[in-house]
Design a protein around this ligand. Structure first.
Ligand code: NDP
Length: 336
């Protein structure tokens, strides 16, 4: 099993420049910032490392209309800036930096920032999120947020009554195609093989949805646009080697997500795709004092509001864990 651990020599070398914190939060999406807000208010003096994409996935979207409390909607980057400001105002020490390795073999936990600085922490809250997988086309990135999206629940609403395409053939793609079909006039589902990967039940639901047209053996070649917005998608049927342009105004990518958890491999229990396992109903991982929230442990809901909810849970779990440890120490002292 792969372990991104520190060698003992490295630890000795780095210990001279280490810093100790009560609560270290890794990641700066809705989960991380919410954990920070709660941890700061619980006097845990949290230190939060933002990761490479400060603000997380929402900084790459445009309008967010489904986050409660914003009756007129809000731009994703602005919302994350609000989260950041709130966490900072309440006392979170927010730092730019990327955690490159961890060592959870003992207490306190050890993390290394940018391969240079070590930090020891009584509690670690992991909120490193997940990244949508993309096809890798230039046009896909060009129109990302302007007709291209990797989240039907987030952005489907903007395409009511329009014609859309979605690529993918797993459970996510099936679920999102059905969701989009309720809003859109027509949904083309682009399946690269001649069969789905999704469960039989989901495939049946897709087949029973009259305004979904499935195009099998179909590869996306390019997303076309007018320079501002998506106007179509060029696809190729690999059986007959025929190219067609579908007139659509929205293009949804649903080919899976990748949790950003590789640095914790070998330390934390994960499922086969890398999502961190938490004890049901809590944010506890298999390591004491290490908690996980947001998309790094959730492949089902993946919403900003659910991430924020589990961020809150992680801070409360960390606070109670520390309070429990403090009480244990007092009892131990009294016993000696
Ligand atoms: P999956 O990995 O299951 O499916 C990804 C799909 O995308 C596959 O059909 C794959 O095609 C296709 N794909 C990958 N790369 C490309 C590409 N470059 N071009 C075109 N198509 C591509 O991911 P999901 O997100 O769908 O599901 C992840 C996990 O979450 C699964 O275990 C799933 O069962 C679960 N899930 C469960 C749900 C539920 O129970 N309600 C809802 C959503 C997800 P191919 O098949 O040819 O490899």
């Amino acid at each position: 099993m792969e372990r991104h651990a520190l060698l003992t020599d490295d630890l000795i070398k780095l210990s001279s420049c280490s810093e100790h914190v009560k609560c270290l939060i890794i990641g700066s999406g809705p989960a991380g910032y919410t954990a920070a807000i709660y941890a700061a208010r619980a006097d845990l003096n949290p230190v939060l490392y933002t990761g490479i994409l400060a603000g997380g996935q929402l900084t790459q979207t445009t309008e967010v209309e489904n986050y409660p409390g914003y009756p007129d909607g809000i731009q994703g980057p602005e919302m994350m800036e609000n989260f950041r400001k709130q966490a900072e105002r309440l006392g979170t020490d927010i730092r730019l930096g990327y955690i490159t390795s961890v060592d959870f073999s003992g207490m306190p936990h050890v993390v290394v920032v940018d391969e240079a600085k070590t930090i020891t922490a009584d509690t670690v809250i992991i909120s490193t999120g997940a990244s949508a997988k993309w096809l890798g086309l230039e046009s896909e990135q060009k129109y990302n947020g302007f007709g291209v999206s990797a989240c039907a629940v987030c952005d489907g609403f903007f395409f009511r009554g329009q014609d859309l395409a979605i690529v993918g053939a797993g459970d996510t793609a099936a679920e999102e195609a059905i969701y989009l079909a309720k809003l859109a006039r027509k949904v083309y589902m682009l399946v690269r093989r001649d069969e789905f990967r999704a469960s039989k039940a989901m495939v049946q639901r897709v087949l029973n949805t009259p305004n979904i047209e499935i195009l099998y053996n179909t590869e996306t070649k390019e997303i076309t646009g007018d320079g501002l917005n998506v106007t179509g998608v060029k696809v190729q049927n690999n059986k007959v080697q025929e190219e067609t342009i579908l007139d659509v105004t929205g293009f949804f990518v649903a080919i899976g997500h990748q949790p950003n958890t590789h640095i914790f491999k070998g330390w934390l229990d994960m499922d086969e795709t890398g999502y961190i396992k938490t004890k049901p109903g809590t944010t506890y991982t298999n390591i004491r004092g290490v908690f996980c929230c947001g998309d790094a442990q959730d492949h089902v809901y993946r919403q900003a509001v659910t991430a924020a909810g589990t961020g809150c849970m992680a801070a409360i779990d960390a606070e109670r864990y520390l309070a429990g440890r403090a009480a244990d120490l007092i009892l131990e002292e009294e016993a000696t």
